[in-house]
Design a protein around this ligand. Structure first.
Ligand code: GAR
Length: 202
């Protein structure tokens, strides 16, 4: 069996999606393993989850850099230092630059709480409720230079129920989103393991 593909996961919040990936990766035969977790701010529960799992962590706050280009370069150095095969934004609330994506030399995935291309951006659940849609959900997609515009790798639909608030709908979406993220990572890392040699670390 090929070695598990190396995931670096980026978080900004509570990290329940990260936890789902950690739990899946603990199962025998899952084709990917989390090798490091990074955040854009200190004190996140996501980074605490990683620490409890004994994983290396890093925090790279935008506010500690003179500009966004400097932050992107620093984040890239941190991520590349762990030799990832795939980078995963799991509730990571910052947009990375095209030069970050070019420099990665591996795919970056993102998970988002709407059925993209509907409701991109930071308030997807609120925007879906305001639009009055009957069905929303989650998307896992490959990150490109746009805001939540990259190729869709998987969708999970979730009905909007009468009386839903942003919190209740988001929680139901996240239940499906965790399952979707685990499955998409399984699919793409399994295919990757069959076709690509491990990226050399430089
Ligand atoms: C998830 O719903 C994720 O899609 C969303 O943040 C939540 C993180 O949950 N990300 C975005 O909205 C990115 N635009 P978690 O911290 O419990 O894993």
């Amino acid at each position: 069996m090929p070695a598990p593909r190396r995931l670096v996961v980026l978080v900004s919040g509570t990290g329940t999606l990260l936890q789902a990936v950690l739990d899946a990766a603990a199962e025998p035969g899952y084709p990917a393993a989390v090798v490091a977790v990074g955040a854009d701010r200190a004190g996140t529960e996501g980074v605490e989850r990683a620490r409890r799992a004994g994983l290396p962590t890093f925090v790279e706050p935008l506010a500690e850099h003179p500009d966004r280009a400097s932050w992107n370069r620093a984040l890239l150095d941190r991520v590349r230092g762990f030799g990832p095969d795939v980078v995963v934004g799991a509730g990571f609330m910052k947009v990375v630059s095209p030069s970050f994506l070019d420099g990665l030399r591996c795919p970056m995935l993102n998970t988002h709480p709407s059925l993209l291309p509907s409701f991109p951006g930071a308030h997807a659940v609120r925007d879906a409720l305001a639009a009055g849609v009957a069905v929303s959900g989650a998307t896992v997609h490959r990150v490109d230079a746009g805001l939540d515009t990259g190729p869709v790798l998987g969708h999970a639909e979730v009905p909007v129920l009468p009386g839903d608030t942003e919190t209740t709908l988001h929680e139901r979406i996240k239940t499906e989103e965790r399952r979707l993220l685990v499955e998409v990572i399984r699919r793409i890392t399994r295919a990757d393991a069959r076709t690509a040699p491990r990226q050399p670390q430089t």
